[in-house]
Design a binder for this molecule. Structure first.
Ligand code: NAD
Length: 232
């Protein structure tokens, strides 16, 4: 691909949770489309190795999304290096595998901090950094609150995607098979299939799209698959 063909040429993106899963797939795809990518995570070994594999235009930085000072340090560095953030993907997150009765208050607070406060701090950082406009994609369902500043905010809502977050997610094998059969597309999704939707929302190809929640769930939200009745 020439830089002329690249969908994100000359753009700087910050991707959180970029050491693995959907975040890593998104960072790789953005990089392949010409972007300078800051891969941010708390898993420094894994994050550094993903960035090293990508090479030039890929920079790993330790950024705990729940830490305001980390956001400020990384976005200031980006601006100082002539890489102002134009795209933010909030992909850092975790899922609790316990029921309400088995979840401690400390665990609940950790989840809120990571999934909600982390996204909030990311939106604040984007609001401060994207003085020339930009695009934010959340892996949650916050709405398009910055549109009047020419910053589009959209969300992708993955169904069950095959990453570490869902590994052994409390399903027995039989339960998992039954669950997969209930998905209209009859399979779980791949991180790259989410990353491609994030690329669309992050790029100018979606320039009139803001405040959207895009389901990427193999049809699950459209309704569970109705099993074929045998003709007897
Ligand atoms: N995989 C799915 O089926 C699925 C479905 C719906 C939503 N999601 C959401 O998509 C996002 C990405 O999920 P995934 O499947 O790629 O998960 P994953 O577990 O593979 O990756 C999550 C990444 O976030 C990083 N992380 C954790 N805490 C962090 C922190 N405080 N600061 C920065 N990074 C941190 C982890 O180190 C890891 O690299 C999550 O927000 C998740 O809730 C995933």
């Amino acid at each position: 691909m020439t830089s002329h063909d690249a969908r994100l040429g000359d753009t700087c993106a910050l991707v959180t949770g970029a050491a693995r899963g959907i975040g890593a797939a998104t960072a790789e795809l953005f990089h392949a489309q010409g972007a300078t990518v800051y891969l941010c995570d708390v898993d420094d070994d894994l994050g550094n190795s993903v960035a090293a594999k990508l090479g030039a235009r890929a920079h790993y930085r330790h950024l705990d999304v729940t830490d305001e000072a980390d956001w400020s340090r990384v976005t200031t560095e980006m601006a100082d290096r002539g890489h102002p953030m134009r795209i933010l993907v909030n992909s850092a997150g975790a899922a609790s595998k316990s029921s309400i009765m088995d979840t401690s208050l400390a665990e609940l607070r950790r989840m809120i901090d990571l999934n909600l406060v982390g996204t909030f701090l990311g939106l604040q950082a984007a609001g401060a950094a994207m003085t020339a406009g930009g695009s934010v994609v959340n892996l949650s369902s916050l709405r398009g609150v910055l549109a009047e500043r020419n910053i589009r905010v959209n969300a992708v809502c993955p169904g069950s995607i095959d990453t570490a977050i869902t590994a052994g997610a409390g399903f027995a094998d039989d339960d998992m098979n039954a669950y997969v059969k209930s998905i209209p597309m009859q399979r779980r999704g791949l991180p790259l299939e989410v990353a491609k939707a994030i690329l669309f929302l992050a790029s100018d190809e979606s320039s009139y799209v803001t405040g959207t929640d895009l389901m990427i769930d193999g049809g699950t939200s459209a309704g569970a698959r109705t099993p074929k009745l045998s003709s007897s």
